[in-house]
Design a protein around this ligand. Structure first.
Ligand code: FES
Length: 150
């Protein structure tokens, strides 16, 4: 079936099955590889993208649920040629170790700051608990988010 998708401000009409996970459409059809496959079961957060501004697990979101919505991936978070302030904070704090989960971490952090521009440390920790990092970069993630909050 043809699915109309708006991703990072660009419109796509894609021939895919409606139950295809959004993650695979983004990676394989749209060609945006920043969103990662971790568990495939909605448990780890590596595949987090925004759907109309809300974080979703793209591994367990059928693409037809995203049709007509605005999808934002890590590639669309900043401005052309300019990192989002969280991406810059991630660089400045050397957050990633292997880096695999970090795009999902940043997408969750971005949603936190959109809904709560001045979170406390406890609120940051609580908001990020759904994103798992095997390398254990949690303390640097919190520090990076706090640096943006000021
Ligand atoms: Fe989607 Fe883990 S890959 S939550």
């Amino acid at each position: 079936m043809a699915v109309d998708l708006r991703v990072n401000g660009e419109d796509y009409t894609l021939e895919v099955e409606g139950d295809t996970p959004l993650l695979w459409v983004l990676r394989d059809e749209v060609g945006l590889k920043g969103t990662k496959f971790g568990c495939g079961a909605g448990l780890c957060g590596a595949c987090t993208v925004h759907l109309n501004g809300a974080p979703v697990r793209s591994c367990s979101t059928p693409v037809d649920m995203a049709a007509g919505s605005e999808v934002t991936t890590i590639e669309g978070l900043g401005q052309p040629g300019k990192l989002h302030e969280l991406q810059q904070a991630w660089v400045d704090h050397g957050v990633p170790q292997c880096g695999y989960c970090q795009s999902g971490q940043i997408m969750s952090a971005a949603h936190l700051l959109q809904t709560n521009p001045a979170p406390t440390r406890d609120e940051i920790v609580a908001a990020m608990t759904g994103n798992i990092c095997r390398c254990g970069t949690y303390s640097r993630i919190v520090a990076a988010v706090e640096s943006v909050v000021g």
